[in-house]
Unconditional design. Structure first.
Lengths: 723, 529
């Protein structure tokens, strides 16, 4: 019953984070040890759950490991509970994530030591000044990815997702500040890291807003975010009942599905929100591996896996949600591959290949090839982590990212070189590496559905287009990966000093490479067309309330596809050889592809999207905001001006007016009100003076006055009686 | 039964009086800190007692001749005494899930503010500490009063000490007198309208009463609720007072001046508690006593809330002064509280019959109240951090900072934590309230909610760009080469707030359970409209 301890899997690395921050942060070795021990413990527990899941087999899909004991958010008569949810694909993730993360952790212990030469010319290796902090952050990062994988609730998933966003911010910007004694980074690096971190966080936040909106709308329409209830077909069908349409002719499910997909677009760096990911290379390389392989970008795909029933439901009831996912994925796969051709930074090439491969996965999920897309997520994690860590070993060894300063490195770094080749061939999809099997399945699904329709169905133009885009992308992938191999490890050194400096990495760095390379070689056999064990596990159990997926037998179409995709990969590699391998590039020689002219310029500038709505970060650490950001800035200044001069101006005007009024009142008070009082007094005095003269003391006078008075009254009465 | 609320409210007053007779500064400081812990402990006990009565309640609230059964209200700790009998004004205190967290926060922030001030306030110590405790009396009084007249008296009492705190202990460069007078006059102008509203409620209720619980429970049968003009005007009076206090756009411009000029602990209390008096009024008075008028104006109040959120964020982003920026962030965050009010108020009579909408309405109120609490914790923390940096650098100009992440790492870590809590990172305190408000807002004010949600991006932008990037990132200049990191008492001041940020963000259930009881009660009153 290991499953009941599932929540301890994320808890362990989280505890490591807390321990390092609170207790061991001043001890580098101890901090690294705490982090690694925690991830080993989490890994063992994960494997336990994974094995238990495997023993359940396809049954697990219908009855996933589930428990939601933690009351988290009560409102009114409702409570959102948190817990765990492990279905077959979740179990597979529990195998992949800690494995890759452990390799990255071990690698980091060596990578985060920097070589430098002291004033006497002696080489030294010393820890990064923030070594312990690094392990704290990657522990938190891993904890959140694991929490996301085991979440039982979309809100819980979202929390893990967002904290990962914070971790990526902190790690991409790991070198965005430096003390006065830190010499391993320069000002340009500080500037670039600063820009890249904020760019990553804000770009993904745009997607998070869409995701959150979709999630809340789902909560409102469905009444729950629990995965167990979300996948209840009856509940889904009730979604439509009794709700006004958001817009005329538009139904809620498709709106919600696409809003949630917005989260994936940002997190998994799909067009048009892919702009943050290439710049995210400014973080230390293990971070790049973590972000691009095991955690952050996978989270976006995993979201679509979790939301798959919703997408299906939306597609069937209200709009082309799946097709949009497929198209965005396929387009991004192609689009990013073209940019990857024109990058000279060894890590940026890999970054664009990541974007492109994530596009593959989404395209697969969008065309309904759920299992192939999921499988590619797993294999890609291993070989992309391998590639990044290999690239990191190169950078660590020669101190530059620029491939045009490399060349021939396989002679100096054989283990790194060979493992890198394994990863690169897997990325290209060369038989029999894992990338071949997973990519091949995706292409096969697109080809089968597009060109070989079932009886009674016509050929599907949409799927044909998807297939073509993916096929071209596969060709370009082989081309730019080949370019990378020839520029980096083969040919002649173009920077002799750097080459002389190069050396094989310490064992803590190459051992993880070897482990990842082993997985890269063998993992593909989990799901071959002849023996699709992974498919049986994930796809055949009536996934999340959907009908089981059907796996076609190995047939001539599958064979055709295998041959075609191998041909595509080989031809791409051959072109790369023709351009970069046949006559190795010499120092100072321009890129042969630069002959493409304007097209090349477009690719080098990444279609000028950073200038349009992004944030362009230059090599020297300066940055220019794009047009959109400048517009926001102008609007911000307008608001500030308005606030100071109009809103507060009115308040001050009111204050000023009351002061003026007060002064006016004061004047009125002294001169008129008080004047009146004084006037009354003096008038009374005057009257009294005059009246005094009446008081003569003479009785005759008084009698006379009484007479006159009586007569006056008599006359008054007489007058009244006449009228 | 122990009169918790009276003790909590008036013990600080006794403390203020005792301070007047204490001989020296040191004694005053030690006494004030120790004394302020008493109401904190009492409030903690009271809250614990309240949550041990979590639903289903087994008590009936009975005070001041008001009997409310447990189904419709979560009031407890009722206290009653006649006060001005000819007008039916009573000394009526009580607390529920709405006020209890705010009472507790008041006592906590007062203790922290006194603790921090003990180190940094050196002139006119006696006056400062006495006034600070007096301020606490005013704020607590507002939260515990269930009689409108009493409420009004406490509301005004709170103004005076704050006026002096800003005017006397403000920094000379920040025009403290101007800021203090602006704060005082602006708030006073609002209170005058509220007084008119209170009088109108008294005159147009039958039997004539100032009792909030009676007015809320029987509002459907009261003459004022049948007279659209009277209830609208009375509503407007309260609304102006509360909106100015919150502050809601366009009544917010006193806030940056007052905040900037106030001494650190004053800013903490101003942002942490005084703004909440307004928010509290929205939920304690406007929503239960004026459900129809609230419903009529919900959309337009929501519009003002959304402007506060988005516009507040943009104006904050444009600031160059650290403290002014944090001040404007309050406008941005308080917008969510008002949006929560508008979302709950917007529930129509038809929607009130649907438990689904009621839940989402409860979500809006829970979220707004939790957002107030979290904002008090987070922005309180931010103002402490502003003050701590100012004590070291004697400037607040963001352009002059940089690289402090490596120079003063503990400060950096706490600023990072607080900033991310404030920009609403899940797992920290700010997110939960925002999420619940958005949940409520999407169900009744969908379009407004969709605009408001973009404010979150701008909020993230100004925290990352203006605060973290300008202060923590980059290189340290020679000027700050000797800048010392946080000292023990500073860490001790911030530690409780940091713990709360995690406690609310990771497991909000403990506080939401309390608030939820009040939200259900408020919605129950609204149903009777």
């Amino acid at each position: 019953m290991v499953q009941n301890f599932t929540l301890f899997i994320p808890l362990l690395p989280f505890l490591a984070f807390a321990i390092i921050v609170l207790l061991t942060r001043n001890n580098n070795r101890l901090s690294a040890l705490v982090a690694i021990l925690s991830i080993v413990a989490a890994l063992m527990l994960s494997y336990g759950v994974f094995l238990e899941a495997l023993s359940e087999g396809a049954e697990l899909a219908a009855n996933p490991f589930y428990g939601a004991p933690i009351a988290w958010m009560p409102f009114g008569g409702m409570t959102i509970n948190f817990g765990w949810y492990v279905d077959p694909i979740g179990a597979a993730m529990l195998f992949m994530v800690p494995t890759v993360c452990l390799m990255i952790f071990i690698y980091s212990t060596a990578y985060m030591r920097h070589n430098h030469v002291d004033e006497h010319g002696h080489p030294h290796a010393e820890d990064d000044p923030r070594y312990a902090r690094f392990f704290a952050y990657i522990s938190l990062f891993t904890a959140m990815m694991l929490l996301l994988v085991v979440s039982s609730n979309l809100l819980q998933f979202f929390i893990a997702w967002e904290v990962m966003g914070f971790c990526s911010y902190a790690l991409i910007g790991f070198w965005s500040f430096r003390g006065r004694k830190e010499h391993h980074i320069d000002d340009a690096q500080v500037g670039r890291a600063r820009g890249a971190a904020i760019k990553a966080f804000l770009t993904t936040r745009v997607g998070d807003i869409l995701f959150m909106t979709g999630m809340i709308l789902l909560l409102i329409t469905l009444g729950s975010l629990d995965f167990n209830k979300m996948y209840d077909p009856a509940a889904m069908n009730n979604m439509l009942a009794g709700l006004a349409q958001p817009l005329p002719g538009v139904e809620w499910p498709v709106v919600i599905a696409l809003l949630i997909f917005g989260g994936t677009i940002a997190k998994s760096a799909q067009f048009p929100l892919h702009i943050w990911l290439p710049d995210a290379m400014e973080g230390p390389t293990p971070v790049s591996a973590l972000i691009h392989a095991a955690t952050m970008v996978s989270a976006g795909i995993f979201l679509i896996i979790r939301a798959y029933p919703l997408l299906e439901f939306a597609q069937q009831t209200s709009g082309p949600a799946m097709q949009i996912v497929a198209f965005v994925g396929a387009f991004t796969a192609l689009f990013a591959a073209t940019i990857g051709l024109a990058q000279n930074d060894i890590k940026r090439v890999l970054a664009f290949s990541t974007i492109s491969q994530l596009g593959y996965m989404l395209a697969a999920l969008g065309i309904g090839a759920f299992v192939s897309g999921s499988f590619h997520l797993l294999t890609h994690a291993f070989f992309k982590a391998l590639l990044f860590l290999g690239a990191g070993a190169v950078i660590h060894s020669i101190g530059t990212n620029d491939m045009f300063k490399m060349g021939g490195l396989i002679r100096k770094m054989p283990i790194t070189g060979i493992t890198f080749f394994v990863g690169a061939f897997a990325l290209m999809g060369i038989f029999p590496l894992s990338g071949f099997w997973s990519k091949d399945e995706i292409l096969l699904d697109a080809m089968r559905e597009g060109f070989y329709p079932h009886a009674g169905m016509s050929q599907d133009l949409f799927l044909q287009i998807i297939y073509l885009m993916l096929a071209i992308a596969a060709f370009l992938t082989a081309l730019y990966t080949g370019r990378q191999l020839f520029l980096t490890f083969l040919g002649k050194p173009r920077d002799q000093a750097a080459y002389d400096h190069a050396h094989e990495s310490p064992v803590a760095m190459w051992a993880p490479l070897a482990v990842l390379a082993t997985f890269t070689v063998f993992l593909g056999f989990w799901n071959t067309p002849f023996a699709p064990a992974f498919f049986h596990f994930v796809g055949e159990g009536g996934f999340m309330g959907l009908p089981p997926f059907e796996h076609s037998e190995f047939d001539p179409i599958a064979l055709t596809n295998m041959l075609v995709s191998t041909g595509i990969a080989l031809s791409g590699f051959a072109v790369a050889w023709g351009l970069y391998g046949f006559r190795p590039i010499q120092a100072g020689q321009p890129d042969p592809l630069a002959r493409l002219g304007f097209v090349w310029k477009i690719l080098v500038n990444k279609y000028w999207l950073d200038e349009l709505y992004g944030y362009k970060i230059n090599l020297d650490g300066t940055a220019q905001p794009g047009l959109l950001i400048r517009l926001v800035g102008a609007f911000m200044r307008l608001c500030a001006w308005f606030d100071r001069n109009v809103v507060d101006g009115l308040v001050n005007l009111a204050g000023w007016l009351s002061r003026i009024l007060a002064r006016l009142w004061g004047w009125v008070d002294t001169h008129i009100v008080d004047g009146l009082v004084n006037a009354t007094a003096s008038v009374t005095g005057e009257i009294a003076e005059w009246w005094r003269t009446m008081q003569t003391g003479n009785v005759q006078n008084y009698a006379l006055m009484a007479m006159v008075g009586a007569m006056a009254i008599a006359i008054l009465f007489l007058l009244r009686s006449f009228t | 039964m122990i009169p918790y609320l009276s003790l909590i409210t008036f013990i600080p007053l006794l403390g203020a009086i005792i301070i007047l007779f204490l001989p020296n500064d040191k004694a005053i400081k030690q006494f004030a800190i120790a004394w302020s812990i008493i109401p904190l402990v009492l409030a903690t006990v009271a809250w614990a007692t309240l949550s041990s009565w979590a639903p289903p309640y087994n008590f009936v609230y009975n005070a001041c001749g008001v009997t409310i059964d447990s189904a419709s209200a979560g009031y407890t700790f009722g206290e009653c005494a006649p006060w001005i009998s000819t007008l039916g004004i009573q000394y009526h205190l009580g607390a529920d899930g709405l006020s209890m967290p705010l009472i507790w926060l008041t006592t906590l922030l007062t203790t922290l503010g006194l603790f921090y001030s003990a180190k940094v306030i050196q002139n006119r110590v006696k006056e400062f500490f006495a006034l600070f405790l007096l301020l606490e009396v005013g704020m607590l009084g507002v939260f515990v009063s269930l009689d409108l007249f009493l409420f009004y008296v406490f509301w005004e009492i709170g103004l005076v000490p704050m006026y002096f705190l800003i005017g006397i202990w403000g920094h000379d460069t920040d025009r403290p007198q101007y800021a203090a007078i602006k704060f005082f006059m602006y708030t006073l102008a609002g209170s005058v309208f509220m007084l008119l509203g209170i009088i109108a409620l008294y005159l147009y209720s039958s039997p004539n009463t100032f009792d909030m619980t009676l007015l809320a429970a029987n509002q459907a049968n009261m003459p004022f609720s049948k007279d659209v003009l009277i209830s609208s005007l009375a509503f407007l009076g309260f609304f102006l007072a509360f909106s100015i206090k919150m502050p809601l756009f366009p009544f917010h411009t006193w806030l940056p001046d007052a905040h900037t000029a106030a001494p650190t602990a004053g800013s903490v209390i101003l942002a942490g508690i005084l703004l909440k008096l307004g928010g509290y009024g929205f939920f304690r008075i406007l929503l239960p006593i004026f459900p129809q008028v609230s419903q009529q104006w919900a959309f337009w109040i929501g519009v003002l809330a959304v402007i506060s959120i988005v516009y507040g964020a943009l104006v904050a982003m444009a600031q160059t002064d650290f403290k002014r920026l944090v001040a404007y962030s309050s406008v941005n965050h308080m917008g969510f509280v008002i949006l929560g009010f508008a979302a709950a108020a917007a529930l129509t009579a038809e929607q009130m019959q649907n438990p689904h909408y009621i839940n989402n309405g409860a979500s809006a109120i829970n979220g707004a109240v939790l957002a107030m609490f979290s904002h008090g914790v987070i922005t309180g923390g931010l103002f402490f951090l502003v003050g701590m940096l100012y004590e070291r650098t004697h400037t607040r100009e963001l352009a002059l900072f940089g690289g402090f992440g490596s120079q003063i790492p503990v400060y950096g870590a706490l600023l990072l934590l607080t900033s991310f809590a404030s920009l609403g990172l899940p797992g920290l305190a700010g997110f939960v309230g925002e999420f619940m408000v958005m949940n409520g807002a999407y169900s009744t004010l969908t379009l407004l909610a969709f605009i408001a949600v973009w404010g979150i991006v701008f909020t993230a932008a100004y925290f990352l760009w203006k605060i973290i990037q300008k202060i923590l990132l980059g290189n340290v200049s020679e000027q700050w080469a000797k800048l010392p990191d946080l000292k023990g008492y500073e860490i001790l001041t911030l530690a409780p707030l940091a713990v709360l940020m995690f406690a609310i963000g990771l497991f909000p259930n403990w506080i939401l359970d309390t608030i939820n009881t009040a939200s259900i009660a408020i919605l129950e009153y609204m149903k009777r409209m």
